[in-house]
Design a binder for this molecule. Structure first.
Ligand code: 4AD
Ligand code: MG
Length: 481
């Protein structure tokens, strides 16, 4: 190794040794004190420059953002604020940074501004912390499933089917838009297209996951998924990462238990392994909340909120029970909800989900047994309830400040029931023959769920906009970089 990373230097007690460090200049005070960061941790290391014996031209090049390589001696710091610092012997500028043009100044920038320079926002403390936590959560997800003997399955990005049946897909084609091949009926002839048929970016790896689960037992996917839904909210991305476990011989209860265990495991992992970052993000959030009116501030700080989630069982209730609670709720009675709940069967809006989680139960909630006609075709049908209402074996996990973080279900494993449902919902049965084979040959009860990875990162980092927890966000009318 030609240099030592700053995290290691800051933990060192080897006073007097000579070291080389490399990094980017955060600040340069009084022509004497450099603060250098190399991304290895949030803290900078202080480098003391002997300005009287340093070339004037070199001093001028020590500007915010410049990349430098420094040889020096590790010494105990005399100044306040740090235990250790480096006495520079030799400084080389590896890459200059024009102070007139470098967009990041050593001051607080708005998250909106930083989003426009997403290639540079990695250099800020906030995004350093966010992406370290994101990394830890991704690692923890693999660790969790690996310890349980699940097989990590790579499902395709380009597919020929619509897993959710919602039609929110990006088309994949190499056809020339200026000169589209047509068949006799004048329709676009996809036989001429790259794959000889219509294809799209996947909205979910679930269907392929089900095939593997019906042979390997327990599998999970963790990959990018794409939704062409025009939702310009702080919770939606057009490209997001999803974790989708699928388990043979699991029913809905086993499914909920696994999801709750996974969420608690990965949150604990982040708390244990990213304490510096989460402490920083906690203070950031507390600071941000000061600008809000008292009644909108959260009662718990970020770390308390995460611990609270670990210490309590998630509330489990049915959709029908939730509707009764919502109907009786104050904001519904006073018509303060934008969408007033007056009948069974309507889909819940995020205002309703947040009421249940943040006001009524004050903890994560798992809602089960949703009306069949607001859920996907593959969910297992319940027997009609006492009022003859049709529900499916669905479960959504709702989190404070987030709303839906997990969506899953027990799957409809009964061939005839599934076919009937697909026909009812206009899902092309012929094209799905490969999927239906799981129900033709040795069908078995099974279940699974999808965890929205960015929504998890949002929760753990306390950030408020999903665009700020993914390195390069893709949203309607925005695909920069
Ligand atoms: O509820 P969804 O649509 O469920 C599925 O895709 C199932 N195939 C999952 C399964 O059972 N295997 O999506 C699952 C989760 C949601 O709960 C949410 O956290 C996240 O994915 N999600 C999004 N995250 C960011 N941006 C979007 N546009 C999202 N759509 C869903
Ligand atoms: Mg959902």
């Amino acid at each position: 190794m030609t240099h030592t990373r700053i995290k290691e230097l800051l933990n060192s007690t080897d006073y007097g040794i000579d070291i080389t460090l490399k990094g980017w200049i955060k600040t340069f005070r009084n022509n004497q004190f450099l603060a250098i960061n190399d991304g290895s941790c949030l803290s900078n290391i202080q480098v003391v420059v002997d300005f009287e014996n340093t070339d004037e031209r070199l001093l001028k090049r020590l500007t915010t953002g410049a990349a430098v390589s420094i040889n020096g001696t590790l010494v105990e710091s005399l100044g306040k604020g740090q235990r250790i610092e480096v006495k520079a012997k030799e400084i080389a500028v590896l890459g200059d940074s024009d102070p007139e043009r470098f967009p990041l100044q050593p001051k607080k920038h708005s998250l909106e501004f930083l989003r426009e320079i997403a290639h540079l926002r990695f250099r800020t403390n906030t995004f350093n912390a966010v992406f370290k936590v994101r990394n830890a959560l991704a690692f923890a997800i693999h660790k969790f499933f690996n310890e349980k003997g699940f097989v990590y399955l790579h499902t395709p990005i380009i597919t020929g089917s619509d897993a959710e049946g919602a039609g929110e897909m990006f088309k994949v084609t190499t056809l020339d838009f200026e000169n589209l091949p047509r068949n006799e009926d004048g329709l676009i002839d996809y036989k001429e297209d790259f794959f000889g048929k219509q294809t799209n970016l996947t909205v979910s790896g679930q269907l392929e996951g089900e095939l593997a689960a019906m042979a390997l037992g327990n599998i999970y996917t963790f990959g990018p998924t794409f939704r062409a839904e025009n939702s310009n909210t702080t919770r939606h991305l057009a490209e997001f990462w999803m974790v989708e476990p699928e388990m043979a011989f699991y029913d809905l209860h086993d499914n909920m238990d696994l999801a709750e265990e996974l969420l608690k495991y990965v949150i604990r992992y982040a708390l244990d392994n990213c304490s510096e970052e989460i402490e920083f993000l906690k203070n950031r959030l507390t600071e941000e909340e000061k600008s809000k009116p008292q009644n909108e501030r959260s009662a718990l700080d970020l770390i308390d909120k995460l611990n609270f989630c670990l210490e309590h069982d998630f509330e489990r209730i049915t959709y029908s029970e939730a509707i009764e609670i919502l109907k009786r709720s104050k904001p519904n009675q006073k018509k303060q909800f934008k969408y007033v709940i007056d009948e069974w069967g309507t889909d819940l809006q995020s205002e309703h989900e947040r009421y249940l989680v943040e006001k009524h139960f004050k903890k994560p909630v798992i809602l089960t047994d949703y009306p069949a006609n607001i859920k996907a075709f593959y969910m297992r049908m319940n027997e009609p309830d006492e009022y003859g209402r049709k529900t499916v074996r669905a479960m959504d996990i709702l989190f404070p400040g987030i709303g839906e973080i997990v969506g899953g279900s027990q799957r409809e494993e009964r061939y005839d029931r599934l076919i009937a449902r697909m026909e009812e919902m206009h899902i092309p049965v012929d094209e799905m023959s490969w999927f239906l084979d799981t129900r033709r040959f040795g069908s078995a009860p099974h279940a699974g769920f999808g965890l929205g990875f960015e929504r998890l990162v949002l929760f753990v980092t306390g950030m408020t906009n999903i665009r700020d927890v993914i390195p390069f966000p893709r949203t309607p009318k925005s695909a920069a970089f």
